[in-house]
Write a protein that binds this ligand. Structure first.
Ligand code: PGA
Length: 258
């Protein structure tokens, strides 16, 4: 448990293809009054890219950081509809989400593509939050760690220099947007295995690596998840679309830290 105190928890909000200028403003307003209680945690929000400029203006005086939900694996050029890493950096993003299961399953992103994106993020000074996780069928077949190893090892193979700022989000696909949360024990078991896997490839970063849990985290289950030894915060989808519920989840992270 002592090692956990080395790791500042992160509560990250993934708006996916949701949100509005109104939500950007309501988060800013909620943080004006809550700021003083939310110490010792990092808060990051991933709005759709069109709102990054508004987010920068509204949130820059708060503790909230913002980031991109995705980026292109290419340098700026003729790639209609895409966003390059230096553009996110120009919008003062500190983080970028990579490999979300919706990107993998709906848009067919491959491990090779995600690895290329990871390198672009690092080159632009963006910290990747790399999402990994298994489907229900894979879990039922006992393949959880095999699937996660396939998703992680190509990234770990890039070497320690590339891994210094990485954050991993364990998001069991069966728990995303379904209301079916992994139990704290189920999540902790996988988080511990992920840390062990990272230790095998990059022993020096494993103790300080932050591993977030994602998948139907809500105000009523956040605290029991965040209290687990290898869970260092959460990646929140649905419940990040409401300033009050997101704030309650951030408070849960603060309480677990205290
Ligand atoms: P959820 O989404 O909290 O709505 O399950 C989590 C995610 O996909 O990051």
């Amino acid at each position: 448990m002592e090692l956990k105190t080395l790791r500042t928890p992160i509560v990250a909000g993934n708006w996916k293809m949701n949100g509005s200028l109104e939500l950007v403003a309501s988060i800013a307003e909620a943080w004006q009054t809550a700021a003083s209680e939310l110490t010792d945690i990092e808060v990051v929000i991933f709005p759709p890219a069109v709102y990054l400029s508004a987010a920068q203006q509204a949130w820059q005086a708060t503790q909230i950081k913002w980031g991109g939900q995705n980026l292109s694996e290419y340098a700026p050029g003729a790639y209609t509809g895409e966003i390059a890493a230096p553009m996110l950096q120009e919008m003062a993003c500190q983080y970028v989400l990579l490999g979300h299961s919706e990107r993998r399953s709906i848009y067919g992103e491959t491990v090779a593509q995600i690895t290329a994106k990871f390198m672009c993020a690092q080159a632009a000074g963006l910290r990747p939050i790399l999402c990994v996780g298994e489907t229900q069928e894979e879990r039922d077949k006992g393949q959880t760690m095999a699937v996660i190893s396939n998703q992680l090892i190509p990234i770990l193979a890039l070497g320690t220099d590339f891994l210094a700022d990485v954050v991993i989000a364990y998001e069991p696909v069966w728990a995303i947007g379904t209301g079916l949360t992994a139990t704290p024990e189920q999540a902790q078991a996988v988080h511990a295995d992920i840390r062990k896997l990272v230790a095998e490839h990059a022993p020096n970063i494993a103790p300080e690596l932050r591993i977030l849990y994602g998948g139907s985290v809500k105000p009523n289950n956040a605290k029991e998840l965040f209290a687990m030894a290898d869970i260092d915060g959460g990646l929140i989808g649905g419940a990040s679309l409401n300033a009050d519920s997101f704030l309650q989840i951030c408070r849960a992270a603060v309480e677990c830290k205290a």
